[in-house]
Design a binder for this molecule. Structure first.
Ligand code: BGC
Length: 727
């Protein structure tokens, strides 16, 4: 049910640099902003005074792939960095990208950020932060190169799975508790990649052009929340440029916005190999240069930085300030101090957490004829079809992965849950294969081979026809979606459409599962599939979690953190031919119309809308109201609603609140997410849900006035279980 509320906001126009959002739901319930403490400043001053220029500069650049110098004479050991968003990366050789080959560096494989975002569960985000932080400590790490929170701008970005969402509010609310959790474990979070880093194509040099409003309303809020409310100790400067200047030497993003506006007191760390200058970077606010190749003394922030100071181009005080920020971070992590958390790794509790996230992340997109959940007693045989049913996702491709101490595949999940009660038959169904992309002279890439393998399809059809039900597991894997490259198109790869259709033809009880971190074109399968589930690179327990959802042991409650467009050209950057730009420049022509904002304002029907996800239950909304009719700047809107579980199973509902600006605002989005809460209900149970919205969160960025503007007028607040209904 949808409920409409009109909240009349009285008052005057107010210009703000940073709307105060400390009164949002999470702000009240769980969060106390934890910024870097200044308790160690005197000790830091003493250390800085005792160091030579060379000793200070030695602290400011990598001295190994994932290390930078410490100060053993002051009890500070070498600084240990680790990727990343999937868990604690295996140990990499000091001077090459090859794994060292230890047997003691396995870790829990955590569901990717898009999975975490799909839970819409801020408490889980906090627990996730604690668990990953704890594992980082157990492996003696100081700085965790996560969370990665870039906006999912295009379905094609190769790193979408590492990112949270297309929506800045969802990102912000999830990332704050995540960072708190990590840093409570005496590990610094390094939120990345700051900023407007939304494609892999030409990522090393692409110059992003975006309007100030788009930057402020879409691309920066997640980072701002991470810094101002999450208190992230460090932040990673991205590879690309913004308005002509590399992000690691971008005066506007680093000094102006990050430090002056947001008051960031931590360290800015470059992405690996993202630095292009000594003086510009040093003056613009970069603190630490990390890189990919030795010799380290050739780094911009090594000998050249010493020379720049000696030549008087850079004041030594600037070096002192960088050292101070680094030491502040390390001391806040209790480096070299008593009582630092030792951490624990691969614990049953962390595996349980991974299971909880993976199961809450599964999005049920379609369940016609109520085919789900599958009743094990009603079937004697089950076909599990598709290469992704036996695929593992902790590693592969380019970029960070995890040496998972175990990973339950989808097939194993069903074997674990069904044992010998149901006969399980597996067929591979499709083969992952690629074709070279070439011009007349050379091969310069690869693309998936869309031709189905007829023999594998025949085998899949035979298997499906001989079983009571079939599950087809398709989508992408870590070699297909990978750092460093973007997808060529949005089509399902490797002939998966044909496979699904062939299986459906012989077995009407077919359930389709897509595993992916970013949207695919589902037109070829959606209509015919009786049941469709979306899931993710879901971590060590993914197979068990997915089996439990399909078998009804857990009621699905995941909601899409991005829109699934009908076709690629429907999505904003592609409709305007603005992705990936040319080899030099990406002009974000779609402006603030990213994700559902575009689909709403252009009246385009998506395949599945942002925020969408079904349950095996129904939830009824009633008595939705705001506490007052009129609010002023700085107030908090308290919105209450009664939610009732009208089904026969326990389940969770994500209550979503969207607002619209008053009519006089030019170019206002039809709606924007401004609040949400996840509520768990027993069958028949009803609960009153309260969602708090900071009035200042309803401001928009006025480019003419160069500031946030809170408009007087009538605002609509819509409350419901999705950003819109699926047609
Ligand atoms: C990635 C970062 C990562 C770093 C170190 C870079 O290529 O962009 O996300 O943390 O490598 O592995």
């Amino acid at each position: 049910m949808k409920c409409w509320i009109i909240a009349g906001i009285a008052g005057y126009c107010l210009y703000m640099l940073a709307p105060d959002c400390s009164k949002t739901t999470e702000g009240k319930n769980a969060m106390v902003t934890k910024t870097l403490s200044l308790a160690y400043e005197k000790e830091i001053t003493r250390i800085i005074k005792a160091l030579s220029l060379e000793e200070k500069v030695a602290l400011l650049h990598g001295n190994g792939k994932f290390t930078s110098a410490g100060l053993p004479q002051f009890g500070i050991s070498e600084v240990q960095y680790t990727d990343g968003p999937l868990g604690i990366r295996e140990e990499i050789s000091r001077d090459s990208w090859n794994p060292i080959g230890w047997t003691t560096d396995s870790a829990t494989f955590f569901p990717t950020s898009s999975a975490l975002a799909a839970t819409w569960n801020t408490v889980l985000a906090y627990k996730y932060g604690i668990a990953i932080g704890m594992e980082a400590r157990a492996r003696n790490k100081d700085i965790l190169l996560a969370p990665a929170i870039n906006i999912i701008r295009s379905p094609l970005c190769g790193r979408n799975y590492e990112y949270f969402s297309e929506d800045p509010f969802l990102i912000s609310r999830m990332v704050i508790p995540y960072i708190h959790g990590v840093q409570e474990q005496d590990v610094a979070a390094c939120v990345k990649h700051y900023a407007v880093n939304n494609q892999e194509t030409n990522r090393g040099n692409i110059d992003v052009i975006a309007s100030e409003r788009a930057v402020r309303e879409i691309y920066l809020p997640g980072f701002k929340a991470a810094v101002m409310e999450g208190g992230s100790y460090t932040i990673m400067g991205a590879y690309n440029k913004f308005r002509g200047s590399y992000l690691c030497e971008n005066e506007y993003f680093l000094n102006e916005i990050l430090r002056k506006e947001w008051g960031f007191r931590g360290a800015v760390i470059s992405d690996w190999g993202a630095v292009h200058s000594t003086v510009e970077s040093a003056l613009a606010g970069l603190d630490i240069e990390m890189g990919t190749e030795a010799p380290y003394k050739d780094y911009y922030f090594s000998d050249r930085l010493v020379i720049a100071v000696k030549n008087g181009v850079i004041d030594e005080k600037i070096i002192d300030e960088k050292v101070r920020r680094l030491l502040r971070v390390l001391m806040n992590c209790k480096t070299g101090k008593a009582g630092r958390t030792a951490g624990e790794i691969n614990t049953p509790a962390n595996h349980q957490l991974v299971y909880d996230v993976a199961s809450e992340a599964v999005v049920l997109l379609k369940n016609s004829a109520g085919i789900l959940p599958l009743e094990p007693a009603a079937i004697r045989s089950l076909a599990i079809i598709g290469d992704n049913a036996t695929e593992t996702f902790a590693g592969g491709g380019f970029g960070s992965g995890v040496k998972a101490n175990y990973e339950v595949t989808v097939l194993q999940g069903f074997q674990n849950r069904l044992g010998k009660r149901v006969s399980l038959k597996f067929a591979q169904g499709y083969r992952e294969q690629y074709l070279p992309v070439r011009d007349s002279t050379r091969v310069f890439g690869r693309e998936d081979d869309p031709e189905p393998d007829p023999e594998l399809i025949r085998e899949a059809v035979r298997t499906a026809a001989s079983c009571d039900a079939a599950i087809v597991v398709i989508g992408t894997n870590r070699r297909f979606d990978t750092e460093g490259t973007d997808r060529h198109d949005m089509l399902l790869p490797f002939g998966q459409d044909e496979l699904v259709n062939a299986v459906i033809r012989v077995n009407p009880n077919t359930i389709v599962v897509v595993i992916a971190g970013g949207p695919f074109d589902l037109r070829g399968i959606e209509e015919k599939a009786t049941a469709l589930l979306w899931t993710w690179f879901g971590g060590s327990e993914h197979g068990n979690a997915l089996a439990d959802i399909i078998l009804g042991r857990v009621n699905p409650s995941g909601k899409l953190p991005f829109t699934i467009p009908g076709k690629l050209e429907d999505s904003p950057a592609h409709a305007l031919n603005a992705f990936p730009g040319d080899s030099q420049k990406a002009d974000y022509l779609e402006d603030i119309w990213v994700g559902y904002r575009w689909f709403d304002n252009r009246g385009i029907e998506p395949m599945y809308p942002f925020g969408f996800g079904l349950s095996y239950n129904f939830f009824e909304y009633s008595d939705c109201q705001t506490d007052k009719a009129r609010y002023a700047s700085g107030d908090t809107i308290s919105l209450a609603c009664t939610i009732k579980n009208t089904g026969t199973r326990a389940g969770s509902e994500v209550v979503q609140v969207y607002s619209s600006l008053p009519e006089q605002v030019k170019n206002r989005p039809v709606k924007e997410l401004k609040g949400f809460a996840k509520v768990h209900l027993q069958p028949g149970e009803e609960k009153k849900v309260q969602i708090l919205i900071c009035v200042n969160e309803l401001s928009w960025y006025d480019e003419n006035e160069k500031g946030w503007k809170l408009e007087s007028g009538e605002y609509s607040l819509r409350i419901g279980s999705s950003s819109r209904e699926k047609k």
